[in-house]
Design a protein around this ligand. Structure first.
Ligand SMILES: Cc1ncc(COP(=O)(O)O)c(C=O)c1O
Length: 387
């Protein structure tokens, strides 16, 4: 059977190698500490679970949803006003079955084959995969340590900017964990206006910001709504990644086009999931505070215990990840990842799987309890990798 060339671009050779290695470790009976997956291990709050299960028990909720419940739109508008000081109108809100859905489809609404789409490098894979499926050409903007992992718009040639239809930006950033100051977003709005580029800001980790800081919204920047939209997901903030729901918010023309496209692809978010989202957004928010505190504690334990065994890692200001430099004596992040797995059973993600500029790093997810993190540091110490 012949498959499309498009599928060649989805080849993830490194993940099959890691999967094979993982299976090998399990077969050997080795204990595995998996710090690779970005799936929260914490449960959703009980009021969210209760709403979802009650609503799932009602036969009337099994129709095609087609669009958002009016109460859901109201809840989202109130959430953005309360949490970010951003006022939204009803036609500036669209629900999606996760931001992954929006990121897969957004370039179809903005870019014709051959148009440029700017994405970060390193970057969360769907930022590149989505536009590539739309046959857009990727222009990768390096996120460099020396620039605090922020995109540097001054380094982009005007002729490249003129050919660009869409830029995908995301802070707090997966995988590099950086957060961006308001001045960065002001420059982004300026850049987008100057070259007539649509902006998508993926705010998947809006709540996962540490050390007393709070995440914000791109839409709170003057002029942002004129140039772009924000995706905000409930997956990480409320520990419901499998209960698929997130929102596209902001520029109403972009929302309208995305809504039209999606009306041909899906029939809306399952009504019990919409009700669960209403419960999450309008209910008590201490579950979010608790989640943030747990990730921060795990981060501190990881950074301290790894520091003691000779692996010095900068403290991540946001997200549920740490972005760790690999030791000098390894030639690549893949080589280091495989050696670490073999010698310790600790699984991480090689930085190069997020793009060329991710080389030299690995990403660790804070998805294990503190005792497991300490155990991981002990195993790494015993392996002698950092001696
Ligand atoms: C940066 C980023 N955006 C989007 C997503 C996916 O979010 P959702 O569950 O809403 O599809 C993730 C998930 O890991 C992510 O890291």
């Amino acid at each position: 059977m012949k498959f499309s060339k498009r599928m060649d671009g989805l080849d993830s050779a490194i993940f099959s190698v890691l999967d094979d290695k993982k299976r090998e470790l399990y077969d050997k009976g080795m204990e595995v500490i998996n710090l690779s997956v970005g799936t929260p291990d914490m449960p959703p709050a009980s009021h969210i679970l209760k709403t979802l299960s009650q609503e799932a028990g009602k036969a009337a909720n099994y129709i095609y949803a087609l669009s958002e419940l009016p109460e859901l739109i109201d809840a989202v508008i109130a959430w953005y006003s309360r949490r970010y000081g951003v006022e939204l109108l009803k036609d500036e809100v669209l629900s999606m079955s996760g931001s992954q859905d929006g990121l897969t489809h957004i370039a179809l609404t903005l870019a014709d084959p051959g148009d440029l789409v700017m994405v970060p490098d390193p970057g969360y894979p769907i930022f590149s995969v989505g536009p590539s499926l739309s046959c857009a050409i990727l222009y990768k903007i390096p996120l460099l340590k020396e620039n605090s992992f922020l995109m540097d718009f001054d380094k982009i040639a005007p002729d490249i900017a003129h050919q660009t239809r869409l830029i995908i930006v995301s802070y707090p950033n997966n995988p590099v964990t950086a957060i961006a100051p308001p001045e960065f977003y002001e420059k982004l709005v300026w850049f987008a206006k100057k070259y007539d580029i649509a902006v998508v800001h993926d705010n998947a980790y809006s709540e996962l910001v540490y050390d007393g800081n709070r995440g914000g919204s791109f839409l709170s920047i003057p002029g942002a709504k004129e140039v772009g939209i924000e995706f905000n997901s409930l997956s990480k903030s409320y520990n419901i990644p499998g209960c698929r729901i997130s929102f596209a918010l902001g520029n109403k023309d972009m929302i309208k086009q995305l809504k039209t496209l999606k009306s041909h692809i899906d029939y809306g978010v399952f009504l019990p999931v919409q009700k669960a989202a209403i419960a999450a957004l309008t209910g008590p928010q201490d579950c979010v505070v608790e989640t943030v505190a747990t990730y921060q504690r795990r981060r501190d334990v990881l950074i301290d215990s790894f520091q003691k065994i000779g692996w010095s890692i900068p403290k991540n200001p946001g997200t549920m990840f740490v972005w760790a430099p690999i030791p000098d004596n390894y030639s690549s992040s893949v080589e280091f990842t495989l050696d670490l797995m073999e010698k310790t059973g600790v699984i991480v993600v090689p930085g190069s799987s997020f793009g060329e500029r991710g080389e030299g790093y690995v990403r660790l997810a804070l998805v294990q309890p503190e005792d497991k993190i300490i155990k991981a540091s002990r195993l790494i110490n015993q392996s002698g990798i950092f001696k």
